[in-house]
Write a protein that binds this ligand. Sequence first.
Ligand SMILES: [Cu+2]
Length: 215
Amino acid sequence: MDNLGDGINYAFFDNHTYVAPKVPTLLSVLSAPKDLVSNQAIYGSNTNTYVLQSGDTIEIVINNEDDNKHPFHLHGHQFQIIARSDAYDDPHHYNPDKADEIPEIPSMRDTVIVEGNGYVVLRFVADNPGVWFFHCHLDFHLEQGLAITLVEAPDVLQSQLPIDSLPADFLSSCKGSDMPVKGNAAGNHHDWLDLAGENLQPLPLPEVHLQLRNG
Ligand SMILES: [Cu+2]
């Protein structure tokens, strides 16, 4: 959590706070050219998107560098809880070499609390094509950008759900709210790798340098 200078506290995954794209990510998947649909870049630089390939085993490690605890919720899957720490005063990062922490029969959940300054490690198999949000379930933390997007098996999704098969009222509800229904995260469908104009987080204020002079 950090204040980027505009009075709002932002939350981050790997220094990126989630900012919604101009085109809903599902519609970017469905409208993308086949050779670019698995290219993470088209989904934008502030959507925290990870492209997962069908059948892969996915491990998510969250090291919480915040005093708050967060209930993380994943759409589209029930995950295994591989490791989960206590709360600490100082950040404790997960150590993957401590294999003895892995339970023989892990708990299955779709929500898990990561303790303040602690960690959780989750695993699931990418066997459910879709666009799935993974986010803190406290609404005000979600609002602050504590979310990532998992684009799972986008090639399979494209063939299972052709864009022409979407109901007309689905697309018209986007158009009714001035939301483009095709293109990359910036709404560009001519050059899919051109993200100019995409929605971005506010930049941190530049460092202040004080010059002190004598005399
Ligand atoms: Cu939270």
